[in-house]
Design a protein around this ligand. Structure first.
Ligand code: GDP
Ligand code: MG
Length: 436
C-alpha cells in the first residue's frame, strides 16, 4: 500500500528544529527515572539531568530524529564523561609488579583474582596468585581450584596466620621463580571493620603495589558507594572492579561510586566463569545504565548519515514555504543512507511492534522515487504546475498508475500545508520538534 508507505516516509521528516524546554520535558523525566531505576542516587540523577537539559537547550536537531531522542544521546555522552570518558588500564610496574585486591567478603575478590590471573596470563605474563585470606581455609582451596583451572600457580601457606608474612614470602618466591606479576587476594569481612582495614592497610604499605583494586558487588546499590568511600579513605586505591553485572542490575553504582571517590572503574565482572571479565568502557556502561541503546544507535546512525549543511538548507526551505520535490528526493536519499529502513523503524521506541509484519525496506521508496524522477526539473521545483495531464504523463513515465501519483501529490501537499501552518504559528521549530 503506497499511501501507507508514504506515510512512513513522511514520518521520517519529523523532528526538525531545536531542543526546547517543552519538547524534551517528558524525555528528561524518562531519563531521570531510568537513572534512578539503575540505582543512581536520586540527587545525582537530578543533578545530571538538569545539567544535561541546560547544555542541550537550543541545540539543533537533525531531521529524522526527535529532540527527545537527541537528548538521550546527549545524556549518554554526559554519563560517559562522568565516568571518566575512556577506559583506564591497570598499572604494572616493579619487579615483580604487585596487584593488591581489596573489598568486603562475598564481593567477588577471589573470583576476580582468578579472572585477572587468566587475563594477564593470556597477555603473555608470568603470573603468581597469592592466597592471603588467612581466616577461611576454604578461601585458599577456592583460589587453588581457580589457579588449576586457568593454569596459573597459586602461592599459599595454609598453616600461617600472618597475611603480611605470607605476602612477603610470596614476593620472594616470585623473584626466585621469575614471576613478573603477582596478584594478592585478601580477606574481607561482611562489613567494614577495623581489623580488616588495618590488615589491608599494612599489606599495602609493605608490598607497595603498583595497583590496588577495590572490588565491589554492583547489586548492593547505595551500600556499595559507602563501602567504596570508606576503603578509599583508608587505602587510597587506584581503581574499582564492579562485579555481578550479569544480574538485573543496570550498573548505576558505577556513576555514584565515580561521583563519590573519583577513581576510575577498571573492570567489570559478569559471571562466575573465568572468562566473564571485561575492561570497563564508560560509553558502554552509560548505554547500559540508560537502557536506551536502540535510541542511541538510531541517533548515531542519523548523525553519521546526515549531511549537516544539507539539513540546514532543507530547514531554511521549510521556513520559506519552499519545500519541493527535489528537496523531498534529497531527504529520501539521506534516509536511505541510514541503512535498512526496517531496522531503523524497529529502533524507534514503540514502533518495533507496530511495524511488525509490514513490508518496509529500501525498495519501499522505489515507486516514490520513480514518480519524482519522472517529473521534469521545472515540475519538481514548482509542484503546483502538476495538473491532470502532467500526472498522467508522470505515471506512464514511471511505470506506476495514476492513483499512486495522485496519492503522492496529496501527501506532499498535506505535508507542505502542515509546514506552512507551523511557520505561521511562529513556533515552527518547536511544533515540528514535537511531532514524534
Ligand atoms: P570474596 O569473598 O570477595 O572472595 O568473593 P568470591 O570471589 O568468593 O565470590 C562470592 C560469590 O560470588 C561466589 O559464589 C562467586 O562465584 C560469586 N561471584 C563472583 N563474581 C561474580 C559475578 O561477576 N557474577 C556472579 N553471578 N557471581 C559472582
Ligand atoms: Mg575470597
Amino acid at each position: 500500500n503506497l499511501s501507507l508507505k508514504l506515510d512512513r516516509a513522511f514520518k521520517t521528516l519529523k523532528g526538525t528544529g531545536k531542543i526546547t524546554e517543552i519538547n524534551v520535558a517528558s524525555t528528561v523525566k524518562e531519563i531521570r527515572r531510568a537513572l534512578i531505576d539503575a540505582d543512581v542516587n536520586y540527587k545525582v540523577a537530578k543533578e545530571v539531568t538538569d545539567k544535561i537539559k541546560d547544555e542541550a537547550m537550543g541545540r539543533d536537531v537533525l531531521i529524522s530524529v526527535s529532540p527527545g531522542q537527541l537528548l538521550v544521546k546527549i545524556t549518554q555522552e554526559e554519563l560517559t564523561k562522568l565516568m571518566g570518558g575512556s577506559k583506564v588500564d591497570i598499572k604494572l610496574s616493579g619487579d615483580p609488579a604487585v596487584i593488591l585486591i581489596s573489598g568486603l567478603q562475598g564481593s567477588g575478590k577471589t573470583t576476580f583474582t582468578g579472572k585477572l590471573g587468566n587475563l594477564l596470563k593470556k597477555q603473555g605474563r608470568q603470573v603468581l596468585l597469592v592466597a592471603c585470606d588467612i581466616y577461611r581455609p576454604a578461601a585458599i582451596d577456592q583460589l587453588k581450584v581457580l589457579g588449576e583451572q586457568i593454569g596459573v600457580e597459586v602461592y599459599a601457606e595454609p598453616e600461617n596466620k600472618n597475611a603480611l608474612q605470607i605476602a612477603n614470602n610470596a614476593i620472594a618466591y616470585a623473584k626466585k621463580t621469575g614471576k613478573k606479576t603477582v596478584v594478592v587476594d585478601t580477606a574481607g569481612r561482611l562489613a567494614v571493620d577495623e581489623q580488616m582495614m588495618k590488615e589491608i592497610e599494612e599489606l599495602k604499605k609493605a608490598l607497595n603495589p603498583s595497583e590496588t583494586l577495590f572490588v565491589v558487588d554492583s547489586m548492593t546499590g547505595q551500600d556499595a558507594v559507602n563501602t567504596a568511600r570508606t576503603f578509599d579513605e583508608r587505602l587510597n586505591f587506584d581503581g574499582v572492579v564492579l562485579t555481578k553485572l550479569d544480574g538485573d542490575t543496570r550498573g548505576g553504582a558505577a556513576i555514584s561510586i565515580r561521583h563519590v571517590v573519583n577513581k576510575p572503574i577498571k573492570f567489570i565482572s559478569t559471571g562466575e566463569k573465568m572468562e566473564n571479565l571485561d575492561v570497563f568502557h564508560p560509553d558502554r556502561m552509560a548505554q547500559r545504565i540508560l537502557g536506551m541503546g536502540d535510541v542511541i544507535s538510531l541517533v548515531e546512525r542519523a548523525q553519521q548519515a546526515f549531511d549537516e549543511d544539507e539539513a540546514k538548507r532543507i530547514n531554511a526551505k521549510i521556513r520559506q514555504n519552499n519545500f519541493n520535490f527535489d528537496d523531498f528526493l534529497s531527504q529520501l536519499e539521506q534516509v536511505k543512507k541510514m541503512g535498512n529502513i526496517k531496522d531503523l523503524i524497529g529502533m524507534i521506541p514503540g514502533m518495533g511492534k507496530a511495524m511488525k509484519g509490514l513490508d518496509i525496506d529500501e525498495n519501499s521508496f522505489k515507486p516514490i522515487e520513480a514518480i519524482i524522477r519522472s517529473m521534469t526539473p521545472h515540475e519538481r521545483q514548482n509542484p503546483d504546475v502538476i495538473n491532470g495531464s502532467r500526472r498522467k504523463r508522470i505515471a506512464d513515465g514511471a511505470g506506476r498508475n495514476i492513483t499512486e501519483v495522485n496519492n503522492l501529490m496529496k501527501q506532499f501537499d498535506d505535508m507542505r500545508k502542515l509546514m506552512k501552518k507551523m511557520n505561521q504559528m511562529g513556533g515552527a521549530k518547536q511544533a515540528l520538534g514535537r511531532m514524534v
